[in-house]
Design a protein around this ligand. Structure first.
Ligand SMILES: NC(=O)c1ccc[n+]([C@@H]2O[C@H](COP(=O)([O-])OP(=O)(O)OC[C@H]3O[C@@H](n4cnc5c(N)ncnc54)[C@H](OP(=O)(O)O)[C@@H]3O)[C@@H](O)[C@H]2O)c1
Length: 224
């Protein structure tokens, strides 16, 4: 059975990817940050605690999965969205976004790379703002996601024996967007009639994983 690691499997997108991967007979391993959910959905999914803001937690996680050979890794983790004008964005927000979204992922990647199978697939989850149109008031989040895009392209060139791809979705319904001001949600509703269905994003993730020719691709997924 092929093994897939989903970072942030307890999130809306992580769960959708797990659901589709399980239905296609993947052996799914997932991470959570706060508490391991009791949810029956996670029966059969090996769960590991991982806080990407903590070097200790990353070290513990890497020890737990040492030697596991991965066929696919999907990173859906992101720091909570901060929305405000650039001058009103405290430096700590930038630090935290870089720490969790970028540096935590770098440490996890460096730890698992030696046990990635040849031709394995690694997926970065970015945002529609990368590859479509960056939006005002999201400077920290967008900067961290662009850093990830650059990292993905560089690694796609450096490690061609592994396939590196990204998905960049538009808004989908999750706790993640609850913090957005109504005016922001309204402008999105005027532009697009729907939010993106996380299952459509998950299907694109699985499509990229199954596509042997894919490397260094960023799929932007907009609502219909
Ligand atoms: N929602 C949107 O509209 C949207 C749009 C475009 C792109 N995205 C991107 O899609 C991805 C998934 O978003 P989502 O809406 O599914 O998020 P979500 O439901 O909030 O889930 C986030 C996941 O990340 C985990 N997590 C949060 N902080 C962490 C940390 N410090 N260390 C380790 N794990 C941590 C959470 O674990 P716990 O549950 O234990 O906290 C949860 O499993 C993110 O990369 C986001 O940037 C989202």
């Amino acid at each position: 059975m092929k093994k897939m690691l989903i970072l942030g499997v307890t999130g809306v997108l992580g769960k959708a990817v797990a659901e589709i991967a399980k239905s296609r007979s993947w052996d799914v391993v997932g991470t959570y940050r706060r508490a391991c959910p009791e949810d029956k959905f996670f029966d059969g999914v090996a769960m590991h605690k991982l806080d990407m803001a903590s070097k200790i937690s990353i070290g513990d996680f890497l020890k737990e999965v040492e030697g596991v050979q991965w066929d696919a890794v999907v990173n859906t983790v992101a720091n909570t969205l901060f929305f405000n004008r650039f001058e009103k964005t405290p430096p700590e927000v930038f630090e935290q976004d870089m720490k969790i979204n970028v540096l935590g992922w770098v440490s996890v990647l460096q730890g698992i790379l030696p046990s990635m199978k040849r031709d394995a697939s690694i997926i970065f989850v970015l945002t529609q703002m990368v590859g479509n149109a960056p939006k005002k008031y999201f400077s920290s989040y967008t900067a961290s996601k662009y850093a990830l895009l650059g990292l993905m392209y560089a690694l796609a060139d450096e490690y061609p024996q592994i396939r590196w791809n990204a998905v960049s979705p538009g808004l989908f319904d999750s706790g993640y967007i609850k913090g957005l001001p109504e005016m922001m949600k309204e402008s999105y509703r005027l532009k697009y009639r729907n939010l993106v269905d996380p299952h459509d994003i998950a299907r694109e993730v699985l499509r990229l994983i199954g596509d042997r020719a894919s490397n260094g691709r960023n799929s932007v997924i907009l609502p219909k």
